[in-house]
Design a protein around this ligand. Structure first.
Ligand code: ZN
Length: 97
């Protein structure tokens, strides 16, 4: 009788550990969705779940729990989302002078 089967359990556990590490490691917020017809609202986009967040400078995404890094937020890409029109155009938030 061999005990080869014992090593099978290691893979998934290691993956889970890695996933937890990734969630704790901050991901940079680099995208802002601006809704031009919605009273000029602009919302940061979570780099993991791609959902817009209601507030800026939150430590964690309220939807997926990803830790967030706001150091590059000032250079984030602003994406203008037109309601009812699925074509979006990209524009950099800081105009080059
Ligand atoms: Zn998220």
């Amino acid at each position: 009788m061999t005990r080869a089967g014992r090593s099978l359990g290691r893979g998934p556990r290691l993956l889970l550990l890695l996933e937890q590490l990734f969630y704790r490691f901050p991901m940079a917020v680099e995208e802002i969705h601006a809704f031009s017809r919605c009273r000029g609202g602009a919302y940061p986009v979570c780099p993991r779940c791609r959902e817009t967040m209601e507030r800026e400078y939150m430590s964690f995404c309220s939807r997926c729990g990803q830790r967030l890094d706001w150091r590059r937020y000032q250079q984030a890409n602003v994406i203008y989302v037109e309601p009812g029109d699925h074509t979006v155009h990209k524009e950099h938030s800081i105009p080059s002078r």
